[in-house]
Design a protein around this ligand. Structure first.
Ligand SMILES: [Zn+2]
Length: 259
């Protein structure tokens, strides 16, 4: 996950995000006392089923947005997503801040890396100091149809080292509808970029979305020559120890698009 500090408000994220990426020198720092770092390997056979945890999300279409490429970040600031998280008797509300990409994936399933991973980042409304991230894994497949959401971001128009493209129209709701799974791995984790704050509720879809190799290539090219410190490859952080954490399977109902 690519968020370089713990935000207090969406506005603060908007104003500080990019400069923080440039100015931070704390890359690859170690955490002697860290117990909930991300990403991790998600092992289906070790997952605990939880019947009383439920997640629902919905997304407003993007009109006249921007996609920014700045070093390690390929990011769109986006406040059109809402999340509702019910855990037993408590309900919390969340609002999206931004989404961004990693190639290859940061999380693995049963030790397997996927070709890319998108992180939709939410900030707690009920618990302002917490973040939640919904992760979608992408897998290159020759026969897969082009994904319209990725296509609308026009990744091929971006150029290193720093640039920005206009997004005329894009529908994150359509992307989530296409994932074809309503199950997420859920665990307590951290940011995957400095300062690696342990403030993230992670939700990662249990099945990858298949897209043509050309759409993966658009993402890989940004980081193919970059050897980010602390990364296994590209801009994906090394896997972290699961430790005593429990990974749950939770139901994710995507309500699709909101007008
Ligand atoms: Zn990320």
């Amino acid at each position: 996950m690519n968020l370089m500090f713990k935000p207090n408000t969406a506005k603060q994220t908007m104003s500080l995000g990019r400069s923080f990426v440039r100015n931070s020198g704390i890359v690859g720092r170690t955490f002697a006392s860290a117990t909930r770092q991300s990403p991790i390997d998600l092992k289906p056979e070790e997952v605990h089923a939880e019947i009383d945890i439920n997640l629902s999300t919905q997304y407003r279409d993007i009109e006249n947005g921007k996609l920014n490429l700045d070093g390690r970040a390929l990011i769109t600031y986006y406040d059109g997503g809402n999340m509702n998280f019910k855990s037993y008797h408590t309900t919390s509300e969340w609002q999206s801040l931004q989404f961004h990409f990693h190639a290859p994936s940061e999380h693995t399933i049963d030790g397997k890396y996927y070709d890319a991973e998108m992180h939709m980042v939410f900030q707690g409304i009920t618990h302002k100091e917490e973040l939640a991230v919904v992760g979608i894994l992408f897998e290159a497949c020759e026969d897969a149809p082009k994904d319209q959401f990725l296509e609308s971001l026009q990744l091929h128009k971006l150029a290193q080292p720093s640039s920005e493209t206009e997004i005329a129209h894009a529908s994150p709701g359509n992307l989530f509808d296409r994932v074809g799974s309503d199950e997420n791995f859920h665990y307590q984790g951290s940011l995957t970029t400095p300062d690696y704050d342990e403030c993230v509720q992670w939700f990662v879809f249990d099945k990858p979305l298949k897209v043509p190799p050309s759409q993966i290539k658009d993402m890989e090219e940004f980081w193919s020559d970059m050897n980010c410190e602390g990364c296994v490859q590209g801009n994906a952080r090394h896997l972290q120890t699961v430790g005593s954490r429990v990974i749950h399977k939770v139901k994710h109902t995507c309500k699709g698009r909101v007008s």
